[in-house]
Design a protein around this ligand. Structure first.
Ligand code: IPE
Ligand code: IPE
Ligand code: MG
Length: 248
C-alpha cells in the first residue's frame, strides 16, 4: 500500500449545506470550521506528513463582505482554540497566500504560531488563505528570475512552500480544482465526495485515504508489476495480434 504523505483538501459545500437546512450560508462556515480539528487529528493518526487546507481563495473576495468577515473571524477563532493542541502535538503550522488584508491581531496570531512551531517535527499543517494557484506560480517564477536561478522543474518545485500533493479531496460534490495548488497537483490522486464539508467526518476521511492508498500510481510508467518477458509468454499471440504488430 502506498503511503500518501501529502493530503490537500478543498473544504467545499458549507453554504449549500446551510441553505438546504433553511439557514443562512455563513452558518455553514461556522459548522464547517468545527470539523477541521477532527480532520487534523485523523491525519495525524493516519501518519500523513503534510495536510494542506484551502480556507479562502483569491476568488472568494467576490463574496458579500459580511461572509468574508465571518470567514476571517473563524480563522482567528480556530487558531485561538487550537493553539494549545497544535503545540502539544508538535504540529508545524503555516499559512500560505497573501494575509496582508487580515486584521492585525489575526496576522500577529498567525506569525506567533508559525514562529512557535517552526522547528516542530509533527504534522505539517498548512492553511492556504487568500491563495490562488496561478498567482503562486507566477510569484515563484518571478522570484527565481530575480535571483538569477534557472527555471527548471526541480527549481520551481523546490521554491514552493508546499510540495507535490499525493491526494486531493474535494467535498461538496463539484469536480474541479478551483485554482488550488496547480503545480503541486500534476500527479495527485483526486477524490471528489458529494458530502458537504460540515458533514465530513474523520471516518469518511479515513475511508477515502485507505481506498486511494490502494490505487496504483503509475506516473506515466507501464503497470509497475509488469515484467515484459513473463507477460509476453502469457499473452495470447494469434494471427490477428501478430499481423497488427507487424504493421507498427
Ligand atoms: C467552502 O464552502 C468554504 C469557502 C469557499 C470559504 P462554500 O461557501 O463555497 O459553500 P458552497 O460551495 O457555496 O456550498
Ligand atoms: C474553493 O471553493 C475554495 C475554498 C474551498 C476555500 P469555491 O466554492 O470558492 O469554489 P468554486 O467557486 O465553486 O469553484
Ligand atoms: Mg463552494
Amino acid at each position: 500500500m502506498d503511503s500518501l504523505n501529502h493530503v490537500a483538501i478543498i473544504m467545499d459545500g458549507n453554504g449549500r449545506w446551510a441553505k438546504s437546512r433553511g439557514h443562512i450560508r455563513v452558518w455553514g462556515h461556522v459548522r464547517g470550521s468545527k470539523i477541521v480539528s477532527d480532520i487534523v487529528e485523523e491525519a495525524e493518526s493516519l501518519g500523513v506528513k503534510h495536510l494542506t487546507l484551502f480556507t479562502f481563495s483569491t476568488e472568494n473576495w467576490s463574496r458579500p463582505v459580511h461572509e468574508i468577515k465571518i470567514l476571517f473571524r473563524l480563522l482567528k477563532k480556530f487558531l485561538q482554540k487550537e493553539k494549545k493542541r497544535i503545540l502539544k502535538n508538535r504540529i508545524k503550522f503555516k499559512v500560505i497566500g497573501d494575509i496582508s488584508q487580515l486584521p492585525l491581531p489575526t496576522k500577529e496570531l498567525i506569525w506567533e504560531m508559525e514562529e512557535l512551531t517552526r522547528d516542530m517535527k509533527g504534522l505539517n499543517l498548512t492553511f492556504c488563505f487568500n491563495y490562488g494557484g496561478r498567482t503562486a506560480l507566477i510569484d515563484r517564477v518571478n522570484l527565481l528570475v530575480e535571483k538569477g536561478i534557472p527555471i527548471t522543474e526541480g527549481n520551481l518545485t523546490e521554491s514552493f512552500e508546499v510540495g507535490d500533493v499525493d491526494l486531493l479531496i474535494r467535498t461538496g460534490g463539484d469536480q474541479r480544482i478551483s485554482n488550488f495548488l496547480l503545480w503541486q497537483m500534476a500527479y495527485s490522486e483526486l477524490f471528489f465526495t458529494p458530502t458537504m464539508w460540515p458533514e465530513f467526518s474523520a471516518k469518511e476521511f479515513r475511508e477515502i485515504y485507505l481506498k486511494v492508498a490502494k490505487r496504483e500510481r503509475r506516473f506515466g510508467m507501464a503497470d509497475a508489476n509488469d515484467d515484459w518477458m513473463t507477460s509476453a509468454k502469457l499473452a495470447r499471440i494469434n494471427k490477428e495480434t501478430l499481423g497488427e504488430m507487424r504493421e507498427v
